[in-house]
Each structure stands twice: as C-alpha cells, then as structure tokens.
Design a protein around this ligand. Structure first.
Ligand SMILES: Cc1ncc(COP(=O)(O)O)c(C=O)c1O
Length: 436
C-alpha cells in the first residue's frame, strides 16, 4: 500500500492531481500566522488558509467553543426545529451587518450561500407577483463558487467550459478595470462607463426581466480588483431605480477583510442580500450564510402562516459546531478589534506591495484592506508558468502565497504584523529576481 500521507484515493479540488502526486504539499499544524509542513518547517501564511482564517490560525477561544459544542450536542436539524445558538448567531451577525439587514439564512459554504441568494432573489419576485424577473446578472472575472447557480453567473470562462449547459437566464457586466487603472493605490478613480454598462445591458435585456445583479464588491479569486470610486453606488442606484435586487458576494470581503465588518459598510453601499462564508467561522468549521434585507424577508412573510415560505435548506444549515465557531469568531473579532486593526495596518500593506512595482516582470499591483494582487507578465507561450515558479520559490523560502495563473493573490490573516508584511514582500521580490 502507498503511504497514507498522499495517495491518489483523494482527488484534490482545483489541483493538478498527477503533478501533486510528484510534489505533494502537506501541512500538519497551524498556529497564528504560520503553518507547519510535514517535514517540520514553519511557513508564513499570506493567504489566511484560503481567504478564511482572518483572526489567525488556532484561536484558542474558537477551538474550545467547537470542542465544547461537540461534546454537548453533535447535531440537530433546523428543519422545523433548531437550537438556541443558531438564533444568537443570526442576531449577532445581523447586528454587525448594514442597517436594515436583520435576517440570516445559514448554509455550509460560499457556493451554497450564492445559490441560496440567487434562489431567494427569484422567489422574492415570484412572491410579489412579478414572475417575469428571472435574469441573473454577474460580472466578468466574478467568482461565485462551484454550484450550477454560482457557476452560471461566474465571469471566469475556464471554470465554466467543461460543465455546460449552465443556467440559460444570465448576462454579464464587464470588469470595471482597464490599463489606465494599473498601480492604483486602493480604489481606482471613477470611470462612470463601467457601472453604466448595466444601462447598456438594459438595451439587450428589458430591466423588468432582471431578478438580480450579483457582484463581489472587490473581485477576489479573479485577481483582487477593488471597485472604482462611486462604481458600487451607481450600481445600487440603477438597481433601485429598476426594481432589481443587488447581491454582494462577500465570501472573501466579509468579516473585516477590508476594514469594516462587511465591504458594504467600507464602501457605504447597502445591497439587498449579502453572501458570506469563510471568515464567518475563521475557517474552523464549514459555514456560509445569506444576510437578507428586511424588504426582501418581509415579502416572504405574507399569507398563511402555517405554510413554508421558502422551499430551500440544507441538512447542515446552522450546524451546532459551526454556530459555536461562528459565535466565538465574533467574540475574537471584538476582542482583537480586527476591523480597526485592518484600517491601521492597510497603509503599511499598500506601501509594501506597491514597493514591488519595479521588481522584474511586475505588470500591475492592486490592494484594498488586507487584500492584494501582483500581476506578472506571462512567459511567452507559457501562461501561468511564472506565477507557479514564484509560488514554489516563496514556499521554499517559507512563505505561502497563492497564484492564479500569473497573478499572485494575497490575503493574510488580519493579525499580521508590519514585519511579517515585509517578509512576504521580500520573499516575492527575491523569487522574482531569481525567476526567469
Ligand atoms: C466570492 C466567493 N464566492 C463564493 C465562493 C465559494 O465558496 P466555497 O468554496 O466555500 O463554496 C468563494 C470561494 O473562494 C468566493 O471567493
């Protein structure tokens, strides 16, 4: 038998499976800002796991809450019953959400949160007697998870290529970015044409047929693109004007990543629905959710009260272990004042990342909150090769960065120090200097 540490029984997600067999990357422990590899090396985590361990790894309060919950009640369904912690968690999330968003539907992942939000959007219009509104509008480079709904509104062609046909009733906005915006610090300057692209879409699709527009306030996995100043405001205006729901996918930006509980508050724009996951439990137990605005929720709470209002849910919605982790995560956020911490350290992050502008192969640098991206020029005929090489060199030097093709994406735990920011940037610079 092959060693149990890495066999091909485990088919890894989003991984070159056969290459992984040759060069497995295995971790055995995590604490604070670091992972421990299976050969005992400490690696600085510049990705907060996968955009999720916002408060750093192994927060004792979260670990203890999970342990305690598991020992008390392993599982209870939330179909026609539930448990007290689910209500407390929903109330506490609503308390940090934008005003007027007082309800939470729990899921187990970001993908489920997105699909749930799309279904709520269509069902909302149905509930109001406006069944024509079915079109779902996404945006170029948007990543909304891997369910068929999220994939249909996704703006990443390669992700969709092998799985069609997807939902027929979708359309897409362009990415609000062009070469003039390269090396912008934080949000690029306004360019009204981008949000007005929604108006152009109205020429092709009557706005009275559109159910919802879904965007990540900051495009995340697609390469960390902050919204131009005023862009989200304009989207909000147009959606309101035409009775279209606006959904923010905050699976990455939620839970303090951009210096406020949600990006909605950081950018001063309130959507109708917010998808969240990842940082919700600090990555410690799978959980996601949709935060629902009161107008949307109230539209469902009409008619006969004994009838189920939303025929939707998951066996593990509001799982007791996830709720315990979620509550402890909120405690840790309060205790460590993580949103304020991000605001304080974001200028250090911005300056350090933009210091890479003159390093070899760097084509663009983007940042907002504690998110960052470094675009590298591709090697001729070998897209992604340079990004892979930098990722490997950084890992060997003790820093875990993520590359999406030739874009390095960065999202460290929010407890990162200025010295650790320096360590990440130095390792990238060294890797670039050594990489052809
Ligand atoms: C913006 C966004 N939405 C949805 C998802 C999907 O989340 P999950 O992988 O938990 O299903 C992700 C995952 O990275 C994401 O970044």
């Amino acid at each position: 038998m092959k060693p149990a540490t890495h066999n091909d029984a485990f088919w890894l997600p989003f991984t070159a499976q056969r290459q992984f067999q040759q060069q497995p990357m295995l971790f055995t422990a995590a604490q604070g800002m670091h992972y421990t590899t299976d050969d005992g090396r400490q690696v600085l985590d510049a990705m907060a796991g996968l955009w999720c361990c916002n408060a750093g790894h192994g927060q004792p309060r979260i670990t203890e809450a999970i342990r305690e919950a598991a020992g008390r009640m392993d599982f209870v369904s939330s179909f026609k019953m539930s448990h007290p912690a689910a209500f407390t968690l929903a109330e506490r999330i609503a308390a940090i959400a934008p005003e007027g968003m007082d309800h939470v539907f729990f899921t187990n992942s970001g993908s489920e949160a997105v699909d749930t939000s799309l279904k709520i959007a269509r069902a909302y219009h149905q509930a109001r007697g406006d069944a024509r509104r079915t079109l779902l509008v996404g945006r170029a480079k948007g990543y909304h998870g891997m369910g068929f709904g999220g994939l249909s509104v996704s703006g990443l062609g390669r992700h969709k290529r092998d799985f069609g046909p997807l939902l027929p009733d979708t359309a897409h906005l362009p990415l609000p970015y062009d070469a003039d915006a390269r090396f912008s610090h934080g949000q690029p300057a306004t360019d009204a044409q981008y949000a007005n692209a929604l108006e152009q879409l109205f020429v092709v699709h009557d706005p009275a047929t559109i159910a919802a527009v879904i965007v990540e306030p900051v495009t995340g996995s697609g390469g960390v693109y902050p919204p131009p100043v005023g862009y989200l405001q304009r989207l909000r205006e147009l959606c309101t004007q035409h009775g279209i729901l606006l959904i923010f996918d905050e699976v990455i930006t939620g839970f303090a990543r951009v210096g406020a509980p949600f990006a909605a508050q950081a950018f001063g724009v309130t959507p109708d629905l917010i998808c969240c996951a990842k940082g919700m439990t600090n990555g410690a137990v799978p959980m996601g959710g949709v935060i629902v605005g009161n107008t949307v929720y109230d539209a469902f709470m009409q008619g006969t009260s004994s009838v189920i209002e939303l025929f939707h849910g998951y066996t593990y919605s509001a799982h007791p272990l996830a709720c315990a982790a979620g509550l402890a995560t909120l405690d840790v956020h309060e205790e460590l004042e993580l949103a304020a911490r991000v605001q304080a350290i974001a200028p250090v992050w911005e300056a350090a990342l933009h210091g890479l502008r003159d390093a070899p192969h760097v084509a663009d640098v983007r940042n907002i909150g504690l998110l960052g991206a470094v675009d590298l020029a591709s090697r001729p005929g070998a897209a992604g090769a340079r990004g892979n090489a930098v990722h490997t060199a950084c890992f060997e030097a003790g820093v875990l960065v993520r590359n999406s093709g030739d874009t390095l994406v960065l999202s460290p735990p929010l407890v990162i120090s200025a010295a650790q920011i320096g360590e990440i940037v130095d390792s990238i610079r060294t890797a670039l200097l050594a990489t052809a």
